[in-house]
Design a binder for this molecule. Structure first.
Ligand code: URA
Length: 264
């Protein structure tokens, strides 16, 4: 039977779902979502009865427990890191991001420092979480080929990290509060590596470093982040899904090559 789906397209779609973690259990026991919803409604109803003011009238606002501000804690911890090893330790000790609880490894970096180029990706996926290294899955293999095409490699002149050091469950997008509390570590990371240029890959990285999204508009245009020239580029995972965009990615790689040549 002809399903109308090209074999390669169907395989790429399946691989993408695997990359997203569709085949993985994320807890020890199965959760019956329907039962959870019923329990939640019962709990809400009970809370409404016990919290209703005796004489009727408006409900008081819920009390929110105040804890330390995660961004301020991260800023202090990051500022205290004098070396990359210190920074890795400070991140490993940072307790305020719940992503760490679902991740197998802290994914800190790969490549060499000092480096001419520092690449900032988004977040570890399944393979990176397993190996504790950034960009080792299919997107990472494409990234290596892209770098190789302009004579760069992680063994020489390139340093790679991510905005998030922990894999979000099922590769979901990080929340703004998660990006905010991890950005002080990223900024310190950049200061310690002190590259000549930054490559900002994908929207999450643009959000963290440039304070804006819209990679299709931003890509290929030099801007500044952390006082350094920064080039936003399409993320290689996006290029795997949209191979027709590789032409734009190639133009951006040539921009990067030209900038490095001009600075040499
Ligand atoms: N995508 C990223 O942004 N970073 C990785 O490390 C892997 C995939």
């Amino acid at each position: 039977m002809d399903s109308g789906l090209d074999w390669h397209y169907a395989r790429a779609a399946l691989e993408w779902q695997l990359e997203l973690g569709a085949d993985e259990a994320i807890g020890e026991t199965a959760v019956d979502r329907f039962a959870v919803e019923v329990e939640l409604q019962a709990a809400r109803a009970a809370a409404a009865v016990t919290q209703a003011p005796a004489g009727g009238g408006a409900m008081p606002p819920p009390r929110i427990e105040e804890g330390p501000d995660p961004v301020a804690v991260a800023q202090m911890a990051a500022a205290g890191a004098a070396t990359l090893d210190d920074l890795r330790e400070a991140m490993a000790a940072f307790e305020h991001c719940e992503l760490r609880r679902g991740a197998r490894n802290l994914v800190f970096s790969d490549g060499v420092a000092p480096a001419r180029v520092m690449i900032v990706g988004e977040a570890p996926g399944r393979d990176e979480d397993l190996q504790g290294k950034p960009f080792v899955g299919r997107a990472g293999q494409l990234l290596d080929r892209m770098l190789g095409a302009i004579g760069l490699s992680r063994a020489e002149g390139v340093y790679i990290t991510n905005v998030l050091p922990w894999r979000p469950p099922q590769n979901r997008d990080p929340r703004p509060d998660e990006i905010a509390m991890l950005t002080p570590f990223l900024e310190r990371h950049i200061a310690l590596v002190a590259p000549e240029v930054l490559v900002v890959m994908g929207n999450i990285s643009c959000d963290a470093l440039l304070g804006k999204r819209g990679i299709t508009r931003l890509r290929g245009k030099w801007t500044e982040a952390q006082g350094l020239p920064a080039l936003p580029m399409f993320h290689p995972a996006y290029l795997l899904r949209q191979p027709q965009m590789k032409r734009e990615a190639w133009a951006d790689l040539l921009e990067l090559k030209a900038k490095l040549r001009a600075k040499a």
